[in-house]
Design a protein around this ligand. Structure first.
Ligand code: IFM
Length: 465
């Protein structure tokens, strides 16, 4: 890091938060009348998750939520991003509402409000009601309407107090892990279905936004409410100047980064996707594009890593894979730590898609936790470094004039990391799964100082705690 460099302070109203998702932390998946989700079912099928881990208990947040909000307060969080479990609200996905499920989120929103912490709600973070999966899940042509009805119910109940909404979290992962590679629920490997899912997710987003904007103003938090979508973006850098590597890089970029952004912002589908899904498989109509145009008040970006990309015939369906960089630092998920890619990405998004407010809705790293120190603290210095350098990368984007409005650390807690189970720890707060004891790691203490100083500690020479 260049110690001489001076960067602007974060804007005064910059929003500091941390994020989680329902299935990853709540536990008690069937409590109070909830129906099973596809993740409940998938994780209970042998072989789908590491060590057979499930979200049955997770961080037990469903029961410990009030203490957890106190921890958020202790950290000084200004905003908390979480998701709603669709099958708590509609046990069968559609039809009868389970008001006890909504009550849980109602209490949480009230408590956050009382503590001065802004809720930032994601409607769908991968856990689809199992009953809807039985009917074809996101590949079903009615799935956008199912989602819009679910969204309407949640907006009507919580919309008077919640000012930030996201429709979907990382639709690319739903398509790629859930329907192309089958490593996430619902475990399909079917390219044709995947293309349908991609289109339906976009339609679902568009329809839910329309429902939201049609609500009367008091239900939209007196008109202050904003709605967006959360995408995970990963810059692709070519491994060489070889034309096959360059084309593979374009394909990988179109598949992961432009599959959702181009339809949302440009009203088009990247041509390279024909090479991935097959000619003309991914299609949206003029009506669909009409639904998407102007559908975002903000864009949420989840950033973790970049990929140095080469042509690879064996890596279906994009025929591209990542090349490991000698000497680089990799996280426990084998993701390269490369903060400057975040600056470049933010500038690229602004230049390619326009000057929309951006939020970093997730950023963080899985590293094995070191042994507690003499004082019982957890000196997770690799994670501290990760946050520091990525926050400085955000500052550089701000200095380049990008309209970044906030940052959410992933994750508030160690939690159920999907197919990796509980092995991989992303939390700034450690969770001892045997006792459910929470312990602030050094990264949490560091992040608290960042928040308190609105980022000015990042400019100090001595950044250690
Ligand atoms: O844990 C996930 C989260 O659910 C979505 N974004 C990436 C995180 C780390 O893999």
């Amino acid at each position: 890091m260049n110690r001489e460099e001076t960067l602007d302070r974060f804007p005064g109203n910059f929003l500091w938060g941390a994020a989680t998702s329902a299935y990853q932390i709540e536990g008690s998946p069937l409590a109070d009348g909830a129906g099973p989700s596809n993740w409940h079912r998938f994780s209970h099928q042998p072989g789908n998750t590491r060590n057979g881990d499930t979200g049955d208990i997770a961080c037990d947040h469903y029961r410990r939520w009030a203490d957890d909000v106190s921890l958020m307060k202790e950290l000084g969080l200004q905003s908390y991003r979480f998701s709603i479990s669709w099958s708590r609200v509609f046990p069968a996905g559609v039809g009868t509402v389970n008001s006890a499920g909504l009550d849980f989120y109602d209490r949480l929103v009230d408590r956050l409000g009382a503590e001065g912490i802004q809720p930032n709600i994601t409607l769908h973070h991968w856990d689809l009601p199992a009953a809807l999966d039985d009917r074809g899940g996101w590949a079903h042509p009615d799935s956008p309407d199912w989602f819009a009805e679910y969204a309407r119910t949640v907006f009507q109940r919580l919309g008077d107090r919640v000012t930030m909404w996201a429709t979907l979290n990382e639709p690319w992962v739903i398509v790629d892990a859930g329907y192309v590679h089958g490593v996430h629920a619902p475990g399909h490997r079917d390219l044709k279905k995947a293309a349908l899912v991609s289109a339906n997710l976009l339609r679902a987003h568009g329809k839910a936004v329309r429902v939201y904007r049609d609500l009367d103003v008091s239900r939209r938090a007196d008109g202050k409410g904003r709605i967006g979508i959360v995408v995970n973006l990963e810059p692709k850098d070519p491994a060489s100047e070889d034309p096959t590597d360059l084309q593979a890089t374009r394909r990988a970029d179109a598949y992961m980064n432009r599959q959702f952004l181009d339809p949302l912002f440009l009203g088009s589908i990247p041509a390279e996707l024909d090479e991935v899904f097959g000619q003309d498989q991914l299609r949206l109509s003029g009506e669909d594009f009409g639904l998407l145009a102007g559908s975002l008040d903000f864009l949420g970006i989840n950033f973790y890593t970049r990929s140095v990309t080469r042509h690879d015939e064996t890596a279906a369906p994009i025929r591209a894979s990542s090349v490991k960089q000698p000497g680089a630092l990799y996280t426990d998920l084998d993701w390269e730590v490369h903060p400057s890619s975040l600056t470049a990405l933010l500038i690229r998004v602004r230049d390619a898609y326009g000057d929309l407010p951006l939020y970093i809705t997730e950023n963080g790293a899985a590293f094995p936790d070191p042994e507690p120190d003499a004082g019982g603290g957890i000196p997770d210095s690799l994670r501290v470094d990760y946050f520091r350098e990525h926050l400085r990368a955000v500052q550089r984007a701000l200095a380049a004039g990008v309209d970044v409005r906030g940052y959410y650390a992933w994750s508030l807690f160690d939690n159920f990391e999907w197919a990796c189970g509980y092995d991989k720890r992303f939390g700034i707060i450690r969770v001892d799964y045997a006792t459910q004891r929470r312990t602030l790691k050094d990264s949490a203490r560091f992040y608290r100082r960042v928040i308190r100083s609105n980022g000015s500690v990042l400019a100090e020479g001595a950044l250690e705690e």
